[in-house]
Design a protein around this ligand. Sequence first.
Ligand code: F0G
Length: 402
Amino acid sequence: MYSLECIDCGNKYAESDVVYTCECGGLLDIIYDYSNINIDMEKLRLEPPTVWKYRDLLPIKGKHVTIYEGGTPLYKCDRLAELIGVKEIYVKHEGLNPTGSFKDRGMTVGVSKALELGMKTVACASTGNTSASLAIYGAKAGIPAIVLLPEGKVAMGKVAQALMHGAKVLSIKGNFDEALSLVRKLCDEEKFYLLNSINPYRLEGQKTIGFEIIDQLNLNVPSRVVLPVGNAGNVTAIYKGFKEFTELGVTDHVPKMCGIQAEGASPIVKAIKNNAEMIEPEKSPETIATAIRIGDPVNAKKALRAIRESNGTAETVTDEELVQAQRDLAQLEGIGVEPASATSVAGLKKLVKQGVVQSSETVVCVTTGHLLKDPQEVIEACDKPIVVDATIKAIRDAVFSK
Ligand code: F0G
């Protein structure tokens, strides 16, 4: 049993309502009767490590559509910790989900809900990863998926996934924010099920990142969780997971949530720094990290609340800083991530330099998507392969050349 509640006016909606936002325009949260939920972490350890092991805290009771999402590794990164100057850094590598991003956690729940509600078509706007994920879960569920992408601004790996898994892929002559506003209209008019992160069921799946971090740290709470912010769903979702664990007595406090944005697309960071109640949407967001090239994040209100309530912070990084962090993760820790994901590590580096994060802290960085999502960026960021004649001499010359 749960209800959907408006975070602004408190209006409630039922499990059977097809609704994304409140009549008043406010965002919706899914609220459970926590007094009736018992979480036994020891027992849960015996279950397969997927999102669904937390089913008592998920809003789907019947059949669910799963491709074994979740259960991603939490790497202890000592070489990175030494470079950055923090006692302990862990990286939660969400790039190791079925489609290579954290979106799968939200889609397994969202597409399951679409089936429960009897919806016949699912749809989303996307900077890429959401579309890849919707396509694969739509395929598994056997329902058509429609995705709207900003033309020319989506990494190749993500478009390839959406196409191969059979989604109808539309390239919009506009940016992500415009595509999202259009798909919301389309869904309202055509009764397609909207699976962007404004849909609160998506966030329910994604909150399991928070549950897993606590489990993997043997019920210890890290001092901070640092992650990239785009449409601002994930920071909200992970915070909800941490909060629910305190509600249920699994932990007694939450980590500070730290949201990182690219300098050219940073409405959340500006609102936090200016102590503003709401964001100022940015009309022409720009960054090499196309996954988070977003100027008007729909979950801004929830995200600002998550960052402030947890005593967290928000910071920007430049494209150069995030590409350097992408290299650091790859070459010091063997963790291959796409550019947006590396903002977490670039942001942490900056926060340590500023003295905001202390060297005594235990920090978790979430890397949200896999390196192979955006091969073009990697080709441009790295040296080209060295072409040599097929002789041992030529190979030797190349190996030992400076
Ligand atoms: N990292 C990656 C790799 C992403 O793809 C996204 C969002 C984010 C971070 C930011 O997460 O939106 O919850 O704040 N990608 C969306 C998409 C917008 O369409 O794939 P957020």
